[in-house]
Design a protein around this ligand. Structure first.
Ligand code: ADP
Length: 431
């Protein structure tokens, strides 16, 4: 058959997921599987490879895939030497101390994404790599393993991509390592960087046998897990991933994450806003600490949420009139950078009316979303055109309507939200 078959592998915070898709006149999921790990296990490259092998073994269609893409958690960095791990990973959530990033502070442009204490470049500076060691991101490492691993070594050449390499300091406009990055961290020079979706290596015979994959399948440049999830949400029915300026995805999970395609690049290190390159456009992101976690904190289980939400009548012009700011602890980063910001929750007496309480909390979260897109616009990003929704809150239809009216643009539920699906589409993008 002439259909294209792609494999997406996503290494997320709680485990690995794989997805095989077939693209012909439309897109069809052939197989999917996941294997979970604990937080501690998730720090171990051996666990990644073991879980991935188990996961691929459970997934239909892996051996058919001719293209493979891997997404991984952003800014999870390790080092390899002679095919073996020489430095255990520092994970996405880890940070280095202030002294370690001093050389970055001295050299990086103002507002640069590497200035953060969780940046991959900061992590790299915490090691003093030998010339024979190569720094690799989680996704880069697993992609190299898919090409070469036979149970013994993960051999190079190691390749990263524009998305993973952003926080390591790669200049995604000029497509090179800036001089100042080479000076503070010469080791970056040994890591090549390609466009996400660009073919890099092929799966060796030994690796094909190890993984149950197809010999000669092309590995392509990968991405981060959150961008892969964005690509899944924004894909067209035909499986194309070419989001237009103004198209956004909001993830309504424990916290609230916004991503918007923009013609202009905007960055604001203080608020954690930065832009990834998508072809010749930008994927601008920001994330608030406020979100659905507050619903759990107020003892709404998913059943009660579904039940009560159906009973809420959405105003023609919904307003967060109670001024709810749904944090569960002090401190906000985006839309406003304010480490002292306090939660603002409905008054105690209103707790008795659970339906009204829920409505107020949902209005509060929606307002954070509205203010978030406004903040991106004020920074110079392209105007919002439409929003698709991912995360636990996406299934709430009442809330969708409430948000649509507050944002003033169409709000849709996304058909696919799994990062592994987005990675599989990325694998096929230029096939
Ligand atoms: P995480 O960010 O932890 O991965 P999820 O994307 O899985 O979170 O979303 C979980 C959140 O979704 C929970 O906080 C839960 O309260 C919320 N949620 C679940 N169902 C609904 C619903 N019908 N309406 C609003 N929120 C919901």
């Amino acid at each position: 058959s002439w259909a294209l078959v792609g494999l997406g592998v996503d290494l997320g915070t709680s485990g690995v997921r794989v997805c095989v898709v077939e693209k012909a006149n439309g897109v069809r999921v052939v197989g999917e599987a996941k294997t979970a790990w604990s937080d501690d296990e998730g720090r171990e490259p051996e666990v990644w490879l073991g879980a991935l092998r188990e996961c691929l073994g459970k997934c239909e269609g892996v051996g058919e895939a001719t293209r493979i893409a891997v997404s991984g958690t952003s800014a999870s960095l390790l080092a390899v030497e002679g095919g073996a791990v020489s430095r255990s990973p520092m994970m996405y959530c880890d940070s280095v101390d202030a002294a370690t990033i001093r050389p970055i502070e001295a050299s990086a442009p103002a507002g640069h994404v590497t200035r953060s204490r969780t940046s991959a470049l900061g992590k790299l500076l915490a090691w003093n790599l030998r010339a024979s060691e190569v720094p690799v991101h989680q996704a880069d490492y697993v992609a190299a393993a898919l090409a070469s691993y036979d149970g013994e070594v993960v051999s190079g050449p190691y390749r990263s991509d524009w998305h993973n390499a952003l926080k390591l300091g790669f200049d995604v406009e000029e497509l090179r390592w800036p001089e100042w990055v080479r000076e503070v961290a010469p080791a970056v020079g040994s890591l090549g960087v390609v466009r996400p979706g660009e073919p890099t290596r092929t799966v060796s015979a030994a690796a094909a046998a190890w993984w149950g994959a197809r010999e000669g399948a092309r590995i392509v440049g990968g991405t981060t897990d959150s961008i892969a999830a964005y690509l899944a949400c924004s894909a067209t029915e035909a499986g194309d991933i070419d989001p237009r300026p103004g198209e956004a995805v909001t993830s309504l999970g424990s916290t609230t994450a916004l991503k918007l395609v923009s013609e202009t690049r905007v960055d604001d290190d203080a608020r954690g806003v930065y832009s990834h390159r998508l072809d010749d456009r930008w994927l601008v992101g920001g994330a608030s600490n406020a979100g659905c976690r507050v619903l759990r904190a107020w003892m709404f289980d998913d059943e009660e949420l579904a039940d009560l939400a159906a009973k809420i009548e959405v105003d023609a012009h919904p307003v967060n009139s109670a001024g709810v700011y749904p944090l569960v602890s002090t401190g906000e980063r985006f839309p406003v950078d304010d480490p002292d910001k306090e939660p603002r929750l409905p008054d105690f007496y209103q707790q008795k009316d659970r339906r009204r309480l829920l409505e107020m909390l949902l209005l509060g979260i929606s307002d954070v979303e509205r203010l978030g897109y406004k903040a991106l616009r004020d920074l110079g990003a392209t105007d919002l055109v439409s929003v698709r929704t991912a995360g636990g809150g996406a299934k709430n239809k009442t809330w969708r309507l409430m948000r649509e009216r507050m944002l003033g643009v169409p709000v849709y539920e996304a058909e696919h939200t799994e990062a592994s699906f987005g990675a599989a589409l990325l694998a096929l993008r230029h096939a």
